[in-house]
Design a binder for this molecule. Structure first.
Ligand code: MG
Length: 131
């Protein structure tokens, strides 16, 4: 077991849907000693950094499904700027990361990812966006 609280937070449909709330939440979490892991599909590029900075999101770690799949030798192809990869590998990537990092709570808007978390200890908080 670990003592430090570890929170995973998705970007699309979560941080970008409620940036003011996640600004406040991530600030108090990190100030209180928790780890905040951004857990998203996107690579951490300039646009992502600009968006996170603009919304003043505080985080300690960043996980990208694309980078993870590339690092594990999976094929990732790009069409019109969007990444495509093996669907099962893609859909399990957040689960694998949360399991490996002992994430306590994962906040995400995807029902597809939610269904991959049943057999790990991370609690999946399924955010239902009003947007
Ligand atoms: Mg999402």
């Amino acid at each position: 077991m670990h003592d430090q609280l570890k929170i995973g937070i998705d970007i699309h449909g979560v941080i970008d849907a409620y940036p003011e709330r996640f600004k406040k939440l991530t600030a108090v979490l990190v100030a209180g000693g928790a780890q905040v892991h951004i857990v998203t599909g996107s690579r951490r590029d300039k646009n992502i950094d600009i968006m996170l900075a603009k919304h003043e999101i505080t985080f300690t770690h960043y996980f990208s499904i694309v980078d993870y799949l590339v690092s594990t030798g999976k094929d990732v192809t790009w069409k019109n700027g969007k990444p495509y990869a093996d669907e099962t590998a893609w859909n399990n990537a957040k689960r694998d990361y949360c399991q490996s990092q002992n994430i306590d709570l994962m906040i995400d808007d995807s029902a597809i990812y939610r269904d991959t978390f049943h057999d790990i200890s991370t609690t999946y908080l399924h955010l239902i966006s009003k947007l």
